[in-house]
Design a protein around this ligand. Structure first.
Ligand code: SPV
Ligand code: MG
Length: 430
């Protein structure tokens, strides 16, 4: 077997006995080449790895039984297989069914071309990097979480963000996954919305709910989740207070602050009547960006600048002028907001802005233009999509219907099949 080549694809984020089992088996068939999945390949089907490619590569390169490590850039094995034409591929037998079944078929038929064979040792049960990681959620350090959004931006076509207004809604964002065309789809990050945080407290979205109160809720949410979070800070508040806000957000493990270029008494941007709402001057808003840039302790903590020109009827030219200035002042992300039913105006913005030297990843909030899907956003140069209020909008009618049903029937029986069982609620938190 000395001159035979054996290919093993691994993520190897947290090395465990399952990996050792595979590598051991592989080494019995010949020289082991590990196709190490890149961060981008991993992020395409599950959470981005805790250790980046280089860190994982160093660990594997130093393993006695591994002869060589090469990047596997997609979930598809075929490009690497065609390149090195291994005699064997080794993979645990767990992929015969489920999302990887198709990949397995491709591996078998590719190997056939040169008489290669697939070896499938018994999968080591009850152990995986993901299960170890979910046990570690409570020990996730804030600095680790802060950097995750930046890493996602570097490794995903689009970063998918969903509003979380409570730890329970955060747990849904954390855990929900669906399988779609051989791919696991999930959310990448959470949005802490001023609108839904205020609504949960029974208050209007006009900054009457102060940051201290929102931070306390944020602490609870971050306690039980591991995904990165973008904080909607309205206009950021007073410049003099900003350094303290940033310090707290970074300490909590927040990955980005989003500030909007409005001043005066705040009004939610989706209100029809925006009279009385004023846009900040470019100069003053840039000052805020610069303060954040100067006071953040990590460059991985991202500064999002939200442009309200379309909301206030100022138009394309104004929005481009502002985007260039904000980017130049140090914004890492540009959110171009709109309350139109179609994405026409934000797409006309992205068409121009993405060609300038000031380009920064673009953020979209498709609350009103909700027919626009992620493929269309990607095509038009957007890197982050924020579903900004949907968890609260889903919960509110469900609660209202329950209350109405009890009033109507003067008992809860009619409601039973529409709501979670008590048992389910008891078992909700493991
Ligand atoms: C929020 O979710 O609070 C936002 C987005 O700021 S919007 O409601 O569209 O203003
Ligand atoms: Mg808001």
């Amino acid at each position: 077997m000395k001159n035979k080549v054996v290919y093993v694809a691994l993520s190897a984020d947290i090395l465990h006995e399952g990996h050792i089992n595979i590598i051991n088996t592989a080494s019995k068939y010949g020289k082991v080449i590990v196709g190490l999945l890149t961060d981008e390949a991993i992020a395409s089907y599950k959470n981005i790895p805790t250790l980046d490619y280089r860190q994982r590569e160093i660990v594997l390169q130093n393993m006695k039984l591994v002869k060589k490590v090469m990047p596997q850039r997609t979930l598809d094995y075929r490009p690497n297989l065609n390149l090195i034409k291994p005699h064997f591929v080794v993979h645990g037998d767990d992929w015969k069914t489920g999302p990887q079944a198709e990949t397995r078929k491709q591996v078998i038929s590719t190997l056939k071309k040169w008489g290669g064979k697939l070896i499938e040792p018994k999968y080591t049960k009850n152990i995986s990097s993901s299960s170890i990681k979910s046990k570690l959620v409570n020990n996730l350090s804030p600095t680790n979480r802060v950097s995750m959004l930046k890493r996602l931006l570097n490794n995903k076509k689009i970063v998918r963000v969903l509003e979380s207004h409570s730890p329970l809604s955060g747990l849904i964002v954390e855990n929900i996954k669906i399988q779609k065309k051989n791919k696991l789809e999930q959310f990448d990050a959470m949005w802490s919305s001023s609108l839904t945080d205020s609504s949960v407290k029974g208050k209007p979205d006009n900054q009457v709910l102060d940051f201290s109160s929102r931070f306390s809720g944020l602490g609870d949410l971050l306690d039980v989740t591991s995904k990165p979070l973008i904080f909607d800070a309205d206009n950021g508040g007073r410049s003099e207070h900003l350094p303290y806000t940033i310090k707290t957000l970074e300490r909590l493990g927040v990955s980005a602050i989003m500030i909007e270029d409005k001043i005066g008494l705040k009004k939610n941007s989706l209100f029809k009547d925006q009279s009385g709402s004023k846009q900040d001057t470019i100069k003053d808003f840039c000052k805020k960006i610069q303060i954040i840039k100067k006071t953040r302790s990590s460059k991985d903590f991202l500064i999002g600048a939200r442009i309200e020109s379309f909301i206030l009827g100022k138009g394309l030219k104004d929005s481009i002028k502002r985007a260039k200035a904000y980017s130049n002042a140090g914004a890492d992300l540009i959110l171009i907001h709109s309350k139109e039913k179609t994405p026409k105006e934000i797409f006309s913005f992205s068409k121009i802005f993405r060609k300038t030297k000031y380009y920064k990843p673009l953020v979209s909030v498709p609350s009103t233009y909700s027919k626009t899907n992620e493929t269309m956003l990607i095509k038009n140069g957007f890197k982050i999509v924020i579903y900004a209020n949907h968890m609260l909008r889903a919960a509110y009618p469900a609660m209202q219907n329950a209350a109405e049903s009890i009033l109507k029937h003067q008992r809860s029986f009619e409601l039973e099949n529409k709501i979670s069982s008590v048992k389910k609620v008891i078992n909700l938190i493991k």
